[in-house]
Design a protein around this ligand. Structure first.
Ligand SMILES: O=P(O)(O)OC[C@H]1O[C@H](O[C@H]2O[C@H](CO)[C@@H](O)[C@H](O)[C@H]2O)[C@H](O)[C@@H](O)[C@@H]1O
Length: 651
């Protein structure tokens, strides 16, 4: 029976954590009129659209140390983050509030004054996590357990490179951090108005904490990482908690059909839940709520990228790069340094290319830009060491004076320099062994199209060699798809790319550009935002009951006419009624769920017979149990109807 659950039980998960410093309640109005900096002010007669609360692990901020300014850091918006870019798809006059942690460098600056300053100037409300908790949450549970696992890396041995085995204490840190986000939201949320959009796997548990406090809150969640096959996901010791947490959102978004499919199969296999597809929407029925599943990959910020590509300094670098690699076949790769980007495999493919195609020696060049590592540990060091070792070996084997086949750039590279390399390269190689989406091929396509640095009239063309294990693969049908684990196939794909006739390159490029430029980040955000509103439209007409303890908390949503049965209601109705149909489930209804002897007691038989004696009654037992067992048990109740095996047999 639904009951209001104890408020404190969810907090028990943090029992073995040092208590979080109790946040001084922030003096912020629940509804704030902080509009997006880019937004025009709404006309005073029109009510502002609901506020959008964007929750991500990190705030979309940069922080440059500067002792001369208040708080010791010069803060600015980090326009390269999806959390910021998505604003372009939200209604222009909708207030926006970001919630997340400070940039790592500025963590020590935490204070209430800073919070007020960041809200007033950037619409960013920081979540302050104690350093140790933040470290165990992010570098411990997130980066060394959950993230590798979502990318199909099982921690087979305690010393596995990259993935650590599940540790309950780290999981508790993860929950504590998620709870701290919920605490912050609780201070400022207007639950019946605001639309909350949570981002990525770091905050997978947040919907449960939030739903517990605000049963009617409008909550969307987008997973930027892959959702792996349920065979992988079900190895997580707390798998049910995490699936239930996602189901506490109203809308759950994925980049690809496959990720959504794996999620649906995890719901089915772990919780026995089914889904329905109606009018293009996938819905999972969960305790009276319908959780909508959305499939739409993130896009890029076209306006921002265009301004980088068209900057005069970018044009200068494009010409320099073109000059440096004149007469060569230039390819580009840009990857974060982590286990899944397959940089080492890419370099091996480059070596294989030069072995198999001597005519490309002295000509083919791969410029590989390594973005700074986002994580720490032996795994990241291992990737860096391996990349350096393989490139050094290939360069020693095939390099000649003035010719270096693999140019590894692992120092800082400005967005303009990156754009210039993309614009100058005739092919882009992405060989990640697993990646949620990977927007590099999108950025490459746009840079090739929009740069005019090598002459206005030069025809636009590009070729992409793309791993089939990354999320953008299904949307780039003109790419040469490869299995990155097969070094020979990648080498052959690169060779095919370099030999592709220009006309074909142009056709493929056009197709990609058309897709990328129309499915940009604004398109994605707008679509998610609209679907979130649609998914929450019934919230007001339903009544909500919280049930379950800790991470298994969920909300039961009931229609307005739904009443809890009570003896006071039933008896007068029963007496008034002339013709009654009484359908009784067996296990858990007629007999207690936990009774060891499942045979109906003599009391049950007698009550059923008394009900059946009344000529106004028709009484049925409806059960999944077999017909033989039920007919034997209820032989003494001759007038009782039986629907056995979920109605397949009736008596
Ligand atoms: O390293 P983290 O702080 O844990 O963040 C994980 C990654 O987040 C971003 O990538 C993810 O979102 C991208 C856009 O949806 C998607 O292309 C990518 O596949 C996802 O992994 C960020 O861009 C990465 O650098 C982070 O590693």
């Amino acid at each position: 029976m639904p009951s209001l659950s104890c408020h404190n039980l969810l907090d028990l998960v943090a029992a073995d954590e040092a208590p979080l410093p109790s946040p001084t309640p922030l003096r912020l109005p629940r509804v704030m009129s902080v509009a997006s900096p880019a937004s025009p002010t709404s006309p005073s007669t029109q009510p502002a659209p609901p506020r959008r609360v964007i929750v991500s692990h990190r705030l979309p901020l940069r922080a440059a140390p500067d002792p001369a300014v208040p708080f010791g850091f010069a803060f600015s918006i980090d326009a390269g983050t999806v959390a910021y870019q998505l604003r372009s798809g939200l209604p222009a006059n909708a207030p926006v509030l970001h919630i997340g942690t400070l940039p790592a460098a500025a963590a020590e600056a935490a204070s209430d004054e800073l919070s007020n300053y960041l809200v007033a100037n950037f619409s960013c409300l920081p979540v302050y996590l104690p350093t140790d908790l933040h470290h165990r949450f992010y570098h411990g549970f997130c980066k060394h357990y959950l993230w590798p696992l979502l990318h199909y890396l099982l921690p087979l041995t305690p010393s596995s490179l990259g993935g650590l085995p599940f540790q309950r204490t780290l999981y508790h840190s993860f929950l504590s951090a998620n709870r701290a986000f919920a605490d912050r939201l609780t201070e400022v949320l207007t639950p019946d108005e605001d639309l909350v959009w949570i981002h990525d796997y770091h905050l997978l548990a947040l919907p449960t904490f939030l739903r517990k406090r605000f049963p009617r809150a409008k909550v969307g969640f987008f997973l930027h990482s892959p959702f792996p096959s349920s065979e992988i996901f079900r190895t997580i010791p707390v798998r049910d908690d995490l699936v239930r947490a996602l189901l506490n959102a109203d809308l759950v978004g994925f980049h690809t059909f496959d990720y959504a499919r794996h999620f649906l199969s995890a719901c089915s296999r772990l919780l026995g839940l089914d889904y329905q597809s109606k009018r293009g929407y996938i819905g999972i029925e969960y305790y009276g709520r319908t959780v909508t599943v959305k499939i739409l990959p993130v896009g890029i910020d076209m306006g921002q990228l265009r301004s980088v590509v068209s900057a005069p300094e970018t044009g200068d670098v494009v010409r320099q790069v073109a000059e440096t690699y004149k007469g060569r076949r230039l390819m580009i790769g840009v990857d974060d340094v982590d286990l899944f980007k397959g940089i080492g495999l890419k370099f091996l493919a480059m070596e294989q290319l030069l072995v198999d195609h001597p005519e490309l020696r002295g000509r083919a060049v791969l410029v590989q830009i390594a973005n700074p590592a986002r994580s720490e540990g032996r795994d990241v060091q291992g990737v860096q060491d391996e990349a350096k070792a393989i490139s050094a070996r290939v360069n020693a084997r095939f390099g000649t004076p003035g010719y270096t086949p693999i140019v590894l750039i692992d120092g800082p590279v400005t967005p303009q320099e990156k754009a210039a390399y993309y614009a100058a390269a005739e092919c882009c190689v992405v060989s990640a062994v697993r990646d949620g989406l990977n927007r590099i091929p999108y950025i490459y396509t746009v840079c090739r199209q929009e740069s005019n640095a090598l002459g206005e009239d030069s025809p636009k063309r590009s070729v992409i060699v793309l791993s089939e294990f990354v999320g953008c693969s299904p949307s780039l049908s003109g790419a040469i798809r490869v299995n990155p684990w097969s070094v020979e196939s990648v080498a052959e794909a690169i060779n095919a790319a370099l030999r592709m006739p220009e006309a074909e390159q142009r056709l493929r490029h056009e197709k990609h550009y058309k897709y990328v430029s129309t499915h940009d980040v604004a398109y994605w955000a707008k679509s998610f935002d609209q679907d979130l509103q649609r998914a929450c439209k019934d919230h007001f007409s339903r009544r909500h009951w919280g049930i379950g303890f800790g991470m298994s908390f969920k909300v039961v949503a009931l229609g307005p006419n739904f009443r809890r049965l009570s003896v006071e209601h039933i008896v007068p109705s029963y007496r008034r009624t002339e013709n009654r149909l009484i359908l009784l489930d067996y296990d858990g209804t007629v007999m207690p769920e936990n009774s060891i002897d499942k045979t109906p007691s003599s009391e049950v038989i007698s009550v059923l017979n008394r009900l059946c004696e009344d000529p106004k009654n028709r009484v049925f037992i409806v059960s999944g149990r077999g017909k033989d067992e039920l007919s034997k048990w209820f032989a003494p109740c001759e007038k009782l109807g039986i629907a056995a095996e979920h109605g397949y047999f009736t008596r």
